[in-house]
Design a protein around this ligand. Structure first.
Ligand code: 0O2
Length: 223
């Protein structure tokens, strides 16, 4: 049925997918600009890396089935809001919130939904800040609002989620091992969250001592 929909709507479907690609470019550029500004202003880059993807047809189909989404172009466009995905990887948890706020302050970005799995981690131990936003893309004659999901993670959160994601696709793991892996992964998530906290604390101390140094410099006589 889904293949039918793609087959019958080949042109509009290709068009829709290209809008998602354009929206990803818009959002990615916004984060590159913010990173550049931080680099000039504070001499540091809060963003370690940006990953982007358009959801595969397989994954879209799985979501249609799981959530009983109407199998029409409109149904997909309106109900699957993570077809365009941008993942922003930061060094420290505080950078995540600062960047998210700077991004949301931009007047062409509309926040649709915010899920804070850092403050409220998932049962699996998963941590990340998810924002569903709408971003305009400007076409020849029209402006189109496109949904994009932005996921913010630290390097540690991303490392954990990538490994755990692989496990979700392994079907032939014996029951006893599956339980062990689940517990192990949960424990690793707790430990990596603790590590993130300690690294953040170290960075804060370094930043404070740096600004004290700078304050002292201000009082040095200039010859
Ligand atoms: P992919 O391959 O990234 O496209 P839903 O999106 O409907 O499944 P919900 O509540 O709307 O569920 O979205 P949620 O849980 O806020 O975010 C879903 C996405 O977050 C997932 O995308 C993953 O990228 C990530 N995610 C959420 N929970 C976990 C988790 O426990 N472990 C890992 N590794 N990632 C998680 P998709 O759609 O699964 O796949």
């Amino acid at each position: 049925q889904f293949l039918d929909l793609i087959e019958k709507n080949k042109r509009p479907m290709d068009e829709l997918m290209s809008y998602y690609q354009c929206a990803i470019m818009e959002v990615e550029t916004k984060f590159k600009v913010l990173n550049q500004e931080y680099s000039l202003e504070y001499d540091r880059n809060p963003i370690e890396g940006i990953k982007t993807r358009v959801k595969s047809y397989d994954s879209i189909l799985r979501k249609i089935r799981r959530k009983n989404i109407p199998m029409t172009m409109e149904g997909i466009e309106e109900n699957i809001r993570d077809i365009a995905g941008v993942r922003v990887i930061c060094s420290f948890p505080d950078d995540i919130y600062e960047l998210a706020e700077s991004f949301l302050r931009q007047d062409d970005i509309t926040l649709v939904e915010r899920k804070d799995y850092i403050k409220n981690p998932k049962e699996s131990g998963y941590r990340s800040l998810h924002l569903i936003v709408q971003v305009p893309i400007f076409l020849q004659n029209t402006k189109k609002l496109v949904y994009v999901e932005v996921q913010f993670r630290t390097i540690a959160m991303d490392f954990w989620a990538s490994l755990e994601h692989k496990l979700q696709y392994k079907k032939n793991i014996p029951e006893s091992q599956a339980k062990f892996l689940k517990d192990e992964l949960y424990d690793c998530a707790q430990q990596s969250a603790a590590l993130d906290k300690r690294m953040q604390n170290i960075r804060n101390i370094i930043a404070e001592s740096k600004s004290e140094e700078e304050a002292k410099q201000d009082f040095l006589p200039v010859f």
